[in-house]
Write a protein that binds this ligand. Sequence first.
Ligand SMILES: [Cu+2]
Length: 166
Amino acid sequence: MLAGALAAALLAAAAAHAAADLLAVEDPWVRGTVEGQTGSGAYMRLTSSEDAQLVGAASPVAERVEIHEMRTVHDMMTMRRIERLALPAHVPVALDHDFHVMFIGLRRQLVPGQTVPITLQVLDAQGRRHAVQVLAPVRALNSVRTPAAAPAGSTPAPDARATPHG
Ligand SMILES: [Cu+2]
């Protein structure tokens, strides 16, 4: 009887394990665009409550949303799509420059005052997929990355480097 009640309680707890409990999203924002611009970036800080992975993203404002990694190859700053980004338990992961969310094929201009919905696809330690909803305000085109997310001693990313797709 006790075991049954405990099992029921555990099941209820598992069902209540919402995506919001899994992932804390801080300071999300999207870089504004000029008219006709087809790409932009989204920036935020993610902290997972357990070992997890960011495996995808989507937004109604863009045809495609990818997770990108910046790398320096032969002194050239390049970026590539990555399939998954590790989110170790309780370690804040900054999506600010080296990693960022990329909007490709923007359907409209993004101007300050707007809010952009983004759905993050997260795989938890048990291999379960969670959809995490984020509402990211649009910031001015020339915004630099969130100062709070920048490691000490680093310099803010110039706009041109942060949005090579644009
Ligand atoms: Cu990119």
